[in-house]
Design a protein around this ligand. Structure first.
Ligand code: LMR
Length: 296
């Protein structure tokens, strides 16, 4: 995640009820003999777990079960993320970078951020890299190209079914992706497949995505810390600065290059279709924010 020669001290934070199980995880991690894993600590005390940490990956949340909407989990999980935000505020390294994976990730990140007022707002992000990777995989399969030829997918908005997976800027082997695929495939297959992928995995497995989510979390932190791939960008939920007309402060997924949000390039893409999709996911985020207003 941080490079092949960067040793990592891993602090695992678990609820007390799972403190025996976490010891099994510690044993397995040790048994992996990872070259970069220096030290592991397991605790159920957030102030110990986050002490001086440089990277916080907030993956623990009540998982969504079959038929549950992410919004049902909002209040349940909001308590976890306000407590974790407070602990980060109190004890984390002042340069901490926070990735929220637990759903609803964008709003959980907002809650943690608002409960950590002494940390810079741009240190709180939400994971839409999983959706981004899903988009790359779909386009790779459709185009038959090698993965490294597929670039510049963008996930806009919320890590939910309202997200807008956008191919207007995507390229395959340097050619515009939308010149290689039917627009009906883009609108009727690509967009709903990426939007619904999490639910499809839950339906198939009876439990949420795990390996793909873990891989995306590593990608997210790696590229945030070490830089985005040359000639490409990634997608990341970050605190909106008002660009693209998204209300300031909402944790919204944008295309992300290094640590700098790109400016909107007028004239690229279908300007009627795109804003409507971007606003639909924005509306959901505002509703979610409204649902947790007492915690932020
Ligand atoms: C995913 O996208 O796979 C997960 O976020 C789905 C979920 O709600 O757990």
């Amino acid at each position: 995640m941080l490079g092949v020669d960067q040793p990592v001290n891993l602090n695992l934070l678990e609820i007390p009820a799972a403190s025996a199980a976490v010891q099994g995880v510690v044993m397995e991690l040790n048994d992996c003999a990872f070259a970069t894993l220096n030290r592991i600590t397991a605790t159920s005390d957030a102030n110990e777990g986050f002490k001086d940490c440089n990277f916080a990956m907030l993956v623990g949340a009540r998982p969504r079960g079959p038929g549950m909407e992410r919004k049902d989990l909002l209040l349940e999980n909001a308590k976890i993320f306000s407590a974790q935000g407070k602990a980060l505020d109190a004890v984390a390294s002042r340069d901490v970078r926070v990735l929220v994976v637990g759903n609803p990730a964008n709003t959980n990140s907002l809650i943690a951020q608002h409960n950590a007022p002494s940390l810079p707002r741009n240190r709180f992000t939400a994971m839409t890299r999983l959706d981004h990777n899903r988009g790359l995989a779909q386009l790779k399969e459709k185009s038959g190209a090698a993965l490294e030829q597929v670039k510049k997918v963008i996930i806009w908005g919320n890590h939910s079914a309202t997200q807008y997976p956008d191919l207007h800027h995507a390229t395959v082997g340097g050619k515009p992706a939308l010149s290689l695929v039917d627009s009906s495939w883009f609108k009727d297959s690509f967009i709903p497949t990426v939007q619904q992928r999490g639910a499809a995995i839950i339906k198939a497995r009876g439990t949420s995505s795990a390996a793909s989510a873990a891989a995306a979390a590593l990608d997210h932190v790696h590229d945030w810390m070490l830089g985005t791939p040359p000639g490409d960008w990634v997608s990341m939920g970050v605190s909106s600065d008002g660009s693209y007309g998204i209300p300031e402060g909402v944790i919204y997924s944008y295309r992300y290059l290094q640590e700098r949000r790109l400016q909107h390039r007028a004239g690229i893409g279908d300007q009627r279709f795109q804003p409507r999709k971007m606003q639909a996911t924005q509306r959901e985020l505002l509703e979610e924010r409204d649902g947790v207003k007492d915690l932020i």
